[in-house]
Design a protein around this ligand. Structure first.
Ligand code: PLP
Length: 399
């Protein structure tokens, strides 16, 4: 339906951190299906997991216990603050589940008739009606009204604004059910959360019985150098969601929560495809490979290397670039607000240098390679982006 403005290449093959187009041209993939292909392309462990599981049993429905689902849930619970997991198929669907869980909790535990969820401006939570409403960016909402009731928005990383909003919304009777945030805003421009802010948000939630929901769809599963993005902030959520990196590119989403807010009962929520043996076995393989290949350490080291290189580039072009932001292997190169170019111009120039990048809004170029990326490949990417920036600047100066 023409919902994507596409780049003029078609990719037909991938291996590790490289992909090839129809003409056989090779690209270094620093998009990874938008922070999704955790283990890169055609990773032997994923190939084996998909092949074995499709030959054994791939789908049965949640009418029956699915051992692979139990095993993945156990891994996630063992490696996070969560006690329970619900599996679905995408990030938006996981966030829908989180919104439903928070609303039910507000109704049955706090007697709130019209629960409100506070989200942040510049956030991104998905494209379904509820999650596009949760998304604090009008450009995604335009022409889709009436939007879902029950949401309010505050600026990100601004504790005074949040306290004021809660005080106003709860003035007569408590109605704020949950606060839903990203530990680092991905689509909104690669903006890391502030530790002091998030610690105060956690305190506020504890004081007022408000649930803290963290959308870990983009930053979870090792992307930031810790397994979960919120570990960078020294806090724990009550509810969080995962998707993108969880299946390494095979569709899967997860809604996770602590026992204290696990209010779903049989019949409350469901998914036909969610939690099937194929997706769960692949998800478990991604998790086990993260551990076996010690990928969190790689994410930290390659992230440091990438940011150092990009910071040099910023120093080289102070009128064009302002800063590098990010954690681990989610990083943004930020364009100067007055620079006469947009992030997509640099992305296109990088593509000509055989490097795939993706914008995060008009002013930020995002770097989200597979977590298996090597030091050599980061070096290659830095050389390519240097050439791309030089060329973009030259073209803009000549026009
Ligand atoms: C991508 C993304 C989503 C939506 O995930 P889909 O799988 O596209 O539905 C939600 N939240 C965040 C933070 C994301 O980055």
């Amino acid at each position: 339906m023409g919902t994507y403005g596409r780049f003029p290449i078609a990719l037909t093959r991938g291996r590790g951190c490289y992909v090839w187009d129809e003409q056989g041209r090779r690209y270094l993939d620093f998009v990874a299906g938008i922070a999704t292909c955790t283990l890169g392309h055609a990773h032997p462990a994923m190939v084996a997991a998909v092949t074995e599981q499709i030959q054994t049993l791939h789908h049965v429905s949640n009418l029956y216990y699915v051992p692979e689902q139990g095993a993945l849930a156990q891994w996630l619970v063992d490696h996070s603050c969560a006690d329970q997991v619900f599996f679905c198929n995408s990030g938006a669907e996981a966030n829908e589940g989180a919104i439903k869980l928070a609303r039910k909790y507000a109704h049955v535990k706090r007697g709130i008739a019209n629960p409100l969820i506070i989200t942040a401006k510049a956030s991104f939570h998905g494209r379904t009606l509820a999650t596009v409403t949760a998304t604090g960016q009008p450009k995604y909402q335009q022409n889709f009204d009436p939007l879902m009731p029950g949401f309010a928005y505050v600026p990100y990383n601004d504790i005074d604004a949040l306290e004021t909003a809660i005080a106003e919304l709860d003035a007569n009777t408590p109605q704020v059910a949950a606060i839903m945030l990203e530990a680092l805003q991905g689509e909104g421009g690669v903006c890391p959360g502030d530790t002091a802010y998030f610690q105060r948000v956690r305190q506020l939630c504890d004081q007022k019985g408000i649930l803290l929901i963290l959308d870990e769809v983009q930053v979870g599963m090792g992307r930031t150098g810790t397994l979960w993005g919120f570990e960078n902030l020294g806090i724990e959520p009550d509810i969080f969601t995962s998707a993108k990196g969880l299946g390494g590119g095979i569709p899967i989403g997860a809604l996770l929560c602590k026992a204290s807010c696990a209010v779903f009962e049989p019949g409350d929520h469901a998914s036909t495809f969610g939690g099937n043996p194929l997706a769960c076995q692949v998800g478990l393989t991604v998790c086990q490979t993260l551990e076996a290949e010690n990928l969190l350490a790689n994410v930290q080291q390659r992230g440091d290397q990438l940011r150092l290189g990009l910071q040099r580039l910023v120093q080289q072009y102070p009128d064009w670039l302002t800063e590098v932001r990010g954690w681990g292997l989610i990083n943004g190169l930020v364009l100067h607000p007055e620079a006469p170019v947009k992030s997509v111009d640099i992305v296109k120039a990088a593509m000509a240098e055989a490097l795939l990048l993706v914008p995060a809004g008009p002013q930020v170029v995002r770097f989200v390679p597979p977590l298996i990326v090597s030091a050599d490949q980061v070096q290659q990417a830095l050389l390519a982006v240097e050439k791309a920036v030089a060329l973009t600047v030259k073209c803009a100066q000549n026009s």
